[in-house]
Structures are given as structure tokens and as C-alpha cells.
Design a protein around this ligand. Structure first.
Ligand SMILES: Nc1ncnc2c1ncn2[C@@H]1O[C@H](COP(=O)(O)OP(=O)(O)OP(=O)(O)O)[C@@H](O)[C@H]1O
Ligand SMILES: [Mg+2]
Length: 241
């Protein structure tokens, strides 16, 4: 396992006074106002909230794809807004994995090539990386599809490739934006369980935006985004070990 994991003791993600507003003409749209939150290492967090409540915006701020209007996001003791755009991109590539609603696989690359891409971008495509990618393909039950192109796979299979790709560089943090939004209910359930299991195996931290209370049932903590606040919903959280 990578020495990055548990490199320091504090929370993995620290959100302080986070404010995000969008200017639309002469109107200001406030998505978040002075939000405080933290996420412990190896936690699984689910963000619920109606459409437009700010789930994707929050994930984009945590990944440093987007910057806050005020306040800060710290990931593994690095203040994202203190980094240049290039530094943020490198930080993201090294430390964060993403799973999206529409899978976002590259259709001109095979399953295996898609999987190896994060390692290649990090300049870390060595024999160990190849071996880990094969291990992950096996873990998502797609070892026999390594040479297939994504458009030959079902939605559920594509999402399993995307989950493996999100983990191949051993990120500290996994961000998933409605990962089952485009799957039928049973496939969605299986995909969520797989995502949970692989996150635990990797000792990674997962923050997942979802509309599904089934996703919430796998989480250590569940928050609803309501009128620019995070409200915890303990009743929906995972019970026991
Ligand atoms: N670039 C932008 N300019 C103006 N407003 C924006 C922009 N991006 C997002 N918003 C607004 O911010 C709010 C939060 O959007 P966001 O996409 O985070 O919601 P969401 O909770 O992910 O919704 P969904 O469940 O539909 O994916 C919405 O009101 C949206 O219209
Ligand atoms: Mg969204």
C-alpha cells in the first residue's frame, strides 16, 4: 500500500468558511455560505440533496476543479486555493480518483488502456502499476474484457471499469458524482457495494453525491445539502460494521 495513506493524523478534508456564489447578470446565486465540514481519513460520506442544491459544486470545490468565492478547502494538509492551476492538476492526478454518472471512459482506448491512463499521466506506469491494474480488473470481474472497447460494454460494466480506473493510482480520496444515476436499480446496488468494498480495501476516503437512499445506507455519515447548509441525517447511515 502507498506510503501516502495515513501520512498525517488530521482529517483528510477540511472545509472552512466555504462560500460559493455565481454571478448571473445582476443577480448573485449563493450555493454555499460559510460552510464548515471535515472528512476523516477512510470515511465514506454520502451527500444527498435535491437537484441544484450544490452536490456537484461541492465535489468540484473539494477536487480543486473549481475555486471558492471565499473560504478554503484543505486536502491532506494542502490548501487547494494556494496552489497554481498546474499544481492543482498535478495534486488531483496524484491524490484523487473520480467516478462520474456517465462513466467518462475514453472510447478510442481499450478497457486496459483506460485503466492505465492515470498511471501514465502520473509517470508511474511500471510493472507494479500494470500488475495492480490487472488485480483491479479482476476485482471488478472484467479481467476477460481488458482488450474490449468501452462501447462494447454494458453501462454497469463501464462503471466498473471507471471505478477501477479511479483507484489504479491509489488515491487518498475518491469522489463520485451520482455514480449509479445512469444504471438500473439492481446494477446500481451492486455497483455501490463494489465501490464501498474497493474503497475500504484501498483504505481510501470516499465522498459520493447521490439521489439514492441506498447509497446513504453504505455511508459512515450522510449529509443533506439544504439551503446552503449541510445537515447530517444519521437515520440513513450504515449501522454497525
Ligand atoms: N457555472 C455556473 N453558473 C451559474 N450557476 C451555476 C453554475 N454552476 C452551477 N450553478 C448553480 O449552482 C447550483 C448548484 O448546482 P449543482 O450542479 O452543484 O447542483 P447538484 O446538486 O449537483 O444538482 P443535480 O442533482 O441536478 O446534479 C444550481 O443552482 C446551479 O444552477
Ligand atoms: Mg450534480
Amino acid at each position: 500500500m502507498s506510503e501516502q495513506i495515513n501520512s498525517t493524523a488530521g482529517p483528510l478534508v477540511n472545509i472552512r468558511g466555504l462560500t460559493k456564489t455565481y454571478q448571473e447578470g445582476d443577480r448573485q446565486r449563493v450555493v454555499f455560505c460559510e460552510l464548515d465540514a471535515s472528512v476523516e481519513r477512510e470515511e465514506i460520506i454520502v451527500l444527498l440533496g435535491r437537484s441544484g442544491s450544490g452536490k456537484s459544486t461541492l465535489l468540484n470545490l473539494i477536487s480543486g476543479i473549481d475555486l471558492p468565492t471565499a473560504g478554503s478547502v484543505t486536502v491532506d494538509d494542502v490548501v487547494l486555493s494556494a496552489l497554481s492551476e498546474t499544481e492543482r492538476t498535478l495534486f488531483r492526478r496524484r491524490n484523487i480518483g473520480f467516478v462520474f454518472q456517465f462513466f467518462n471512459l475514453i472510447h478510442t482506448l481499450t478497457v486496459e488502456e483506460n485503466l492505465l491512463l492515470p498511471l501514465e499521466l502520473n509517470g508511474a506506469l511500471d510493472e507494479t502499476g500494470h500488475a495492480f491494474a490487472r488485480e483491479l480488473l479482476l476485482a471488478v470481474s472484467l479481467a476477460d474484457r481488458a482488450q474490449s472497447y468501452p462501447d462494447r460494454l454494458s453501462g454497469g460494466e463501464q462503471q466498473r471499469v471507471a471505478i477501477a480506473r479511479a483507484l489504479v493510482h491509489k488515491p487518498l480520496l475518491l469522489l463520485a458524482d451520482e455514480p449509479t444515476g445512469n444504471l438500473d436499480r439492481d446494477t446500481g446496488q451492486q455497483t455501490l457495494k463494489l465501490l464501498q468494498r474497493l474503497t475500504r480495501d484501498a483504505r481510501a476516503t470516499l465522498i459520493m453525491a447521490s439521489h439514492s437512499t441506498e447509497a446513504a445506507g453504505l455511508a459512515d455519515r450522510v449529509f443533506n445539502i439544504e439551503r446552503d447548509r449541510l445537515i447530517r441525517l444519521p437515520g440513513l447511515e450504515r449501522r454497525g460494521a
